[in-house]
Design a protein around this ligand. Structure first.
Ligand SMILES: CC(C)(COP(=O)(O)OP(=O)(O)OC[C@H]1O[C@@H](n2cnc3c(N)ncnc32)[C@H](O)[C@@H]1OP(=O)(O)O)[C@@H](O)C(=O)NCCC(=O)NCCS
Length: 322
């Protein structure tokens, strides 16, 4: 039994924030575009993470020709759930009326959608479930200090895809997944958990906003992502030249160029949309997947790669056969 992508959808808030917005905090369009490849991002004006996830899920279900009651499991990757408890997946389940579906969140930040896909695939390959709704959704605008220059990196958005069981020779072939908790301080939200519960002091110090060590993220990403891609390709005896395209997480154009260079993949095979959305964290891979599939037709047997890196550290690669 394999799990294949039966339908996709994506959704982002209508509100567009251009790079020029950050002139006031000492950044510039030139710096942001040059360093990150970002021109603009969508920022929620009240929609929650589950609102975005719900909209993306509706489109994915329609695309798959399924109804909410066909879904056995909802796996939602997010770092910005509507509430710390309960899971954001339960919010989406209620909004969809998908009352048959078991629902839970995955916490792997920017690698979340990849880890969620791997989770969904296991339930299908084991024969336990037939249809799994995988969602990646985030509203980093809620954990961003808008007075700091690192506010330029992220946007809000969601993507979703339906995984269904098939006996045909297609779908997800394999994953390479990794974590390294020694990286936990390089991208983190210091307060709001059991280590440092929210208090007037943590709020006044801005400890409820994300803190990022940009250089560490960059240096780690360009090491571990190529390693992961090469490991998975070698294990599956696939040459990089056989890859039709890479659908990666969207941290920055420079990271993706360096990754492509290190694995000998021509950059025109790397799909990007960070110019329009910035980094939507859990949303990036399902959004780029949805956009790609709505603009391009793949042929039976085409091999696709997915790759991501995020806080934790977490990172990995997936190999998919069309
Ligand atoms: C953040 C990043 C762009 C910094 O690149 P860098 O070349 O190492 O830049 P530096 O930190 O040395 O800073 C270079 C200059 O840009 C300036 N700068 C830093 N942030 C800036 C911002 N947001 N806007 C404008 N200028 C900025 C610095 O002050 C410095 O100026 P100076 O040369 O006058 O001193 C790079 O490390 C990166 O892309 N990291 C990955 C971040 C990421 O992808 N995060 C997503 C998480 S998955």
């Amino acid at each position: 039994m394999r799990a294949y992508i039966k339908g996709t959808g994506s959704y982002a808030p209508k509100n567009v924030v251009k790079n020029s917005y950050f002139d006031a905090i000492g950044s510039s369009d030139e710096w942001i575009y040059d360093k990150l490849g970002i021109s603009e991002r969508r920022i929620s004006t009240g929609e929650t993470t589950s609102d975005l996830a719900y909209q993306a899920a509706l489109i994915a279900l329609t695309d798959a020709g399924l109804s909410p009651m066909d879904i056995d499991l909802i796996v939602l990757a997010t770092a910005t759930p509507d509430r710390p408890v309960p899971s954001c997946a339960c919010f989406v389940q209620e909004k969809l009326g998908a009352t048959r579906a078991v629902s839970f969140d995955i916490s792997a930040v920017c690698s979340g959608a990849l880890f969620a896909a791997a989770t969904g695939v296991q339930f299908i390959e084991s024969g336990m479930y037939q249809n799994v709704l995988v969602i990646g959704a985030d509203t980093f605008s809620n954990i961003t200090d808008w007075t700091r220059r690192d506010a330029v990196f992220f946007g809000d958005g969601a993507g979703a895809f339906v995984l269904s069981a098939t006996e045909e020779d297609k779908g997800f072939l394999d994953f390479d997944l990794n974590s390294d908790g020694r990286g936990k301080d390089h991208f983190t939200i210091p307060s709001g958990g059991s280590e440092r519960p929210t208090s007037p002091e943590t709020i006044s110090e801005g400890q409820h906003f994300f803190q990022m060590n940009g250089k560490e993220v960059f240096n780690t990403a360009i090491e571990v992502v190529p390693q992961s891609i090469n490991t998975l390709l070698k294990k599956n005896k696939v040459d990089i030249d056989a890859i039709k395209c890479l659908l990666p997480h969207q941290p920055s154009i420079r990271i993706l160029r360096e990754v492509a260079h290190r694995v000998n993949l021509p950059f025109d095979k790397v799909k990007t949309n960070m110019d329009r959305y910035a980094n939507t964290s859990g949303g990036t891979i399902p959004i780029i997947l949805d956009e790609t599939l709505k603009n391009e037709i793949f042929e039976q047997g085409d091999l696709l790669l997915f790759a991501a890196v995020g806080a934790g550290w977490t990172w990995g690669t997936a190999l998919y056969k069309w």
